[in-house]
Design a protein around this ligand. Structure first.
Ligand code: HEC
Ligand code: HEC
Ligand code: HEC
Ligand code: HEC
Length: 429
């Protein structure tokens, strides 16, 4: 019996299955904690819906969290900045961003995250949203709107952590003053408290890298500072004294896994959330709930539109431009909206504008049922409305031009776009 238990433990025999997973040795294992750090979604809960392969999204983040938990003792920290600031949002954006921030809070609750950072971006939607986030997350929200860190003690099986969330101290908020040597009493007190209790101090902040470096110099007992930056995640930690400085990058495309020993952080692994991460059930449920709310709110009806001449749909061109029509019909443009529908984003203002025809015209796409001929990227997406041309082609000229492509093939949504190679695929004259 004893031998069997030993063998089972060594070989990793779990409920009838043989798993030859290489595991770190038991003693090493128990003294390590893995910290999953994600966030700064900036509104991209399903980022770059279009890039191939798609990177990011809360469905895949859920899978990473599940996988890391299987590996042993894990803390999960979501950083502030789930949505862009209200000051940059349109009226549709304002409504949709509130739904997104709520979805992230529900995600924190469903995935039992340890901390959900809330920063000035979330706060720009008002105190009501901040309270709602706190409630929906199951009180996992750490308010980082102030420069003095809100804090919480998190315990993994292996270690104790004091986790704080804050905005950059005022003397660091403008670049010209970064050099000022002003110490920050609130962070000093935070670091001292952790030290006294034998906890590792982790500071999550909306500060930039430069400010994070300054914070590390001023507060050498902080073990980890998670700052905010655009672009990709930190590939290898910047170390100031003994403090590690890391950023998970933006748009939630990547997460970081930091491994802690009892002495502090020892390993940093950036994890791009590519297609090798399946969509975990819980992440998918939260995302589907969110998309359902977007549908219910009928946000597309609020899309700003101006008057133009009539759009008529591609079939109206068929009689005179059959070859062009056939070419178009076999291209990806002819099913661009159907692809959105399949993904559940058919009524999502974040996506529809580039996958249909004439969304910003009073005569353009309204819905699949009302204007089926204007769903997808049709002739008129590139050549403009054809209502006059079909009646009198000699007099009413259509738009011609190759510049139109980049209105939809943006850097973010079509990073490999190159006119010459892309045009070859859809060339029709
Ligand atoms: C993705 C954008 C796009 C779509 C969709 C598209 N076209 Fe074009 N079309 C172009 C571009 C770009 C040109 C070439 C313009 C140039 O060479 O300056 C062109 C050229 C043409 C020409 C030749 C004009 C000339 O005399 O050189 C015709 C006719 C035409 N398109 C008709 C259509 C019809 C009909 C459809 C739909 C069945 C369609 N196009 C769909 C972008 C598009
Ligand atoms: C700024 C315009 C734009 C927006 C906004 C946009 N898309 Fe796209 N989408 C594109 C373009 C352009 C492509 C083709 C990219 C390429 O092949 O280079 C594309 C491709 C796709 C594809 C096909 C990918 C494939 O290769 O099979 C899907 C699915 C998709 N988008 C979904 C979405 C979703 C979901 C959203 C909203 C979250 C969205 N798109 C928002 C422009 C956009
Ligand atoms: C009744 C026949 C007819 C229909 C229907 C028609 N076209 Fe044309 N189209 C023409 C003719 C003829 C020309 C050439 C005009 C010229 O040479 O002056 C033309 C030219 C064009 C051109 C080149 C630019 C220009 O205006 O000369 C484009 C682009 C074009 N058509 C797109 C379309 C699209 C898109 C549709 C559908 C919305 C469409 N056409 C429907 C007959 C038609
Ligand atoms: C109204 C927005 C819009 C415009 C304008 C537009 N596209 Fe697209 N394009 C899309 C979308 C959306 C897709 C993805 C469709 C899908 O797969 O669902 C796409 C896909 C493509 C693809 C297929 C990519 C692949 O690998 O299969 C090519 C090629 C392409 N576009 C070329 C062009 C070119 C060239 C132009 C300009 C002449 C252009 N597009 C203008 C939205 C647009």
């Amino acid at each position: 019996m004893r031998f069997w238990c030993w063998a089972a433990a060594t070989l990793g025999i779990v409920s009838g299955g043989l798993h030859w997973k290489p595991q770190p040795s038991q003693s090493l294992h128990s003294s390590l904690t893995r910290i999953v750090i994600s966030g700064h979604f900036n509104g991209s809960l399903e980022p770059c819906g279009c890039t191939s392969p798609m990177i990011g999204g809360i469905r895949r983040l859920a899978t990473l969290i599940d996988q890391e938990r299987e590996q042993g003792s894990t803390l999960v920290l979501l950083t502030p900045g789930s949505v862009p600031s209200a000051s940059n949002a349109s009226s549709i954006g304002l409504q949709q961003n509130v739904m997104k921030a709520e979805a992230v809070a529900e995600f924190a609750q469903e995935l039992r995250c340890d901390v959900l950072g809330v920063g000035p971006d979330e706060a720009s939607y008002g105190q009501g949203l901040v309270s709602e986030i706190s409630q929906l997350s199951g009180n996992k929200a750490l308010n980082g709107v102030q420069a003095s860190p809100s804090q919480v003690i998190s315990t993994s099986a292996a270690s104790h952590f004091l986790i704080g969330c804050c905005s950059p101290p005022p003397q660091m908020q403008s670049n010209s003053q970064v050099a000022s040597s002003g110490d920050d009493p609130a962070i000093t007190a935070f670091a001292a408290k952790a030290k006294e209790n034998g906890e590792a101090a982790i500071l999550i902040t909306t500060a930039s890298k430069t400010s994070a470096e300054r914070l590390a110099q001023l507060h050498p007992s902080l073990s980890l500072i998670i700052y905010q930056s655009l672009g990709t995640a930190t590939q290898s930690p910047e170390v100031v004294g003994k403090t590690w400085l890391v950023s998970p990058g933006d748009l939630g495309r990547e997460a970081l896994v930091v491994t802690y020993s009892n002495n502090g952080p020892v390993l940093l692994k950036p994890v791009p959330l590519g297609p090798d991460f399946a969509n975990a059930k819980k992440g998918t449920e939260v995302m589907d709930d969110y998309l359902h709310q977007v549908d219910q709110a009928q946000l597309l009806k609020l899309w700003p539109r101006s008057k133009t001449i009539h759009y008529v749909g591609s079939k109206a061109c068929l009689s005179c431009h059959r070859a062009d029509f056939n070419r178009w019909h076999s291209s990806a443009h002819s099913h661009a909206y159907l692809d959105l529908l399949k993904q559940g984003h058919g009524l999502d203002p974040d996506c529809v504008k580039c996958h249909v025809t004439g969304l910003s015209s009073t005569c353009g796409f309204l819905s699949q049922s009302k204007t089926p001929q204007l769903a997808n990227v049709t002739c008129e997406s590139c050549h403009g409305p054809g209502g006059a041309h079909i009646l009198n082609p000699k007099w009413a000229k259509m738009n011609l031009g190759t510049k139109v492509c980049v209105t939809c093939h943006t850097q973010e949504n079509s990073p490999n776009f190159n006119f010459a190679t892309y045009w070859l695929k859809i060339k029709h004259h």
